[in-house]
Design a binder for this molecule. Structure first.
Ligand SMILES: [Zn+2]
Length: 236
């Protein structure tokens, strides 16, 4: 019995080591995923900005064309002035010039508005590009570290899994199954020390008879409260 317990204790130690390696690996992967998500988020904002800027630039080009037409129109109407014969015709042409100039001014202010909108978005775009560059730089540096950690923990995991299999091979199958079930259900603690008549897995008192049997070390004993497999530490 002592020998089996000793194997189980070795096994639990290795299994706990494996769990902590797996937890570490998960945290490395989570951290890498956070970088990827950040990059994707900023990139999506940049794509949208870029599409909006493209649209505004198309609008701007169209307004510029319109403005040229309005300017031509002012010149065309003004060119009629020298040939005017009557006062009535003169007043009519002046009025037409006024309207043409007004339209011209409106078009100019529309163009200015559009250009302001573009400038704001371009500024935003530059800020986001800088942010993306910073994230990428950070992600590359930390990403290299994380990948090294992943590689290192991958080989640790392989090593420990081999150790585990070799120890487990010497444990009787039914005991191994019992141990594995407990290890999962009891959060990585399938075995518990019994000391001063209590189970240190759940801190409950053990029936005295059970504790005595455990001290004799002939049979496998489990805690009636938490079901963990009990063992006593060798007297020092
Ligand atoms: Zn217990």
């Amino acid at each position: 019995m002592q020998e089996k317990m000793s194997l189980l204790r070795d096994l639990q130690e290795i299994d706990q080591e494996i769990s902590s390696i797996e937890t570490a690996q998960k945290s490395y992967q989570d951290e890498l995923a956070v970088f990827a998500a950040e990059v994707a988020e900023v990139q999506a904002m940049l794509d949208q900005l870029s599409a909006e800027i493209d649209q505004l630039r198309q609008d701007e080009a169209q307004i510029e064309q319109e403005l040229l037409k309005k300017q031509d129109n002012v010149e065309r109407v003004e060119s009629r002035l020298p040939g005017i014969q009557t006062q009535k015709e003169y007043v009519a042409v002046l009025k037409e010039i006024d309207i043409a100039k007004k339209e011209n001014r409106e078009m100019e202010s529309l163009l200015q508005e559009k250009r302001n909108e573009i400038n704001i978005l371009v500024e935003d775009q530059q800020e986001k590009e800088a942010a993306l560059a910073a994230i990428n730089q950070n992600a590359q540096a930390r990403g290299r570290e994380l990948n090294q950690l992943l590689t290192a923990s991958g080989s640790q995991l392989e090593q420990q899994t081999r150790n585990r299999d070799s120890v487990a091979a010497d444990v009787p199958k039914s005991l191994l199954r019992k141990y594995q079930g407990l290890f999962k259900r009891r959060n990585g603690l399938a075995l518990a020390i019994a000391r001063n008549g209590a189970c240190l897995g759940c801190n409950m008192q053990l029936p005295p008879q059970l504790f005595n049997q455990l001290l004799q070390g002939n049979d496998l004993q489990t805690c009636p409260h938490c079901n963990r497999i009990l063992y006593v530490e060798a007297e020092v």
